[in-house]
Design a protein around this ligand. Structure first.
Ligand SMILES: Nc1ncnc2c1ncn2[C@@H]1O[C@H](COP(=O)(O)OP(=O)(O)O)[C@@H](O)[C@H]1O
Ligand SMILES: [Mg+2]
Length: 246
């Protein structure tokens, strides 16, 4: 499988503070990575560093062989990074439809020069029928779940090569969680879009991921196939620092 993302000896943080000490990882084309770890271990900092929104102190990031670490944040979307930050960046004063058309970019050639079916606002509405019903509503009028769907939709219409989802299910009602999980599984498993998904509650995400990485104190403390962690709840609990009830 062709390699899509390669991160080597990444050091990054905020100002002089180094949060990520020495991160190396890679992800194949079409793969989904579950990025796990307790609160404050650097998951968001890693996602934001891939998107170019932190201070990078060292190391390298390549997407499809192209160096990203030399690009400013606003050029990384064009390079193929579709970033859905933890705080769901939608334009609250624009309608749902305007949010999607404001950032839309044409499709790009897939692996081997094949044109993959581009993401358009219409395809986003197909994926999230709730958004189709809210086309002319302003961002301020959306529920938390609808805002998250719109944030994902905005990343999709950039036609990224790699989707970064930072706790996409956080704070949402169970029925919406199910809907979003189904959509994310379709986007990654069926459409073959590569993704990194940060999640506090790992089981649901491990089920739809190929690879898993666990961070602790800004370091990778575990990297394996997602199945390995899913089939070993004790190891998972230990890595996530969860006290196991006897
Ligand atoms: N904007 C910031 N400025 C300074 N330190 C930060 C900032 N954001 C996060 N941190 C620190 O970086 C560490 C990792 O945080 P974060 O990446 O948000 O963790 P996670 O997403 O795994 O919960 C924490 O110690 C946190 O306090
Ligand atoms: Mg976080």
């Amino acid at each position: 499988m062709a390699e899509l993302l390669k991160v080597e000896n990444l050091r990054a943080g905020y100002g002089e503070a180094v949060v990520l000490n020495d991160i190396s990882l890679s992800l194949g084309e079409g793969e989904t990575l579950a990025l796990l770890g307790r609160n404050g271990t650097g998951k968001t900092t890693l996602m934001d560093t891939l998107a170019g929104a932190t201070r990078q102190h060292g190391g390298q990031i390549f997407l499809g062989g192209q160096p990203l670490h030399t690009l400013p944040s606003h050029e990384r979307a064009a390079a193929g990074i579709g970033w859905v930050p933890q705080e769901r960046n939608i334009f609250k004063s624009l309608t749902v439809h305007e949010n999607l058309t404001a950032v839309q970019r044409p499709g790009r050639k897939g692996p081997g020069g094949r044109e993959s079916r581009p993401w358009t606002p219409e395809r986003v509405y197909e994926m999230f029928p709730r958004l189709a019903e809210r086309k002319t509503n302003l961002g301020t009028q959306l529920s938390g779940g609808e805002q998250q769907m719109l944030a994902v939709g905005r990343a999709l219409v950039l036609n990224p090569r790699l989707l970064l989802l930072d706790e996409p299910l956080e704070g949402l009602a169970p029925i919406i969680v199910e809907e979003l999980l189904r959509a994310i599984a379709r986007i990654t498993r069926e459409e073959g879009l590569s993704a990194i998904i940060v999640e506090q509650h790992p089981q649901a995400i491990l089920r739809i991921s190929h690879r898993a990485v666990v961070l602790d104190h800004g370091n990778v403390v575990h990297a394996s196939a997602a199945d390995t962690l899913q089939q070993d709840p004790e190891l998972l609990d230990r890595l996530l620092g969860v006290a196991r009830k006897l």
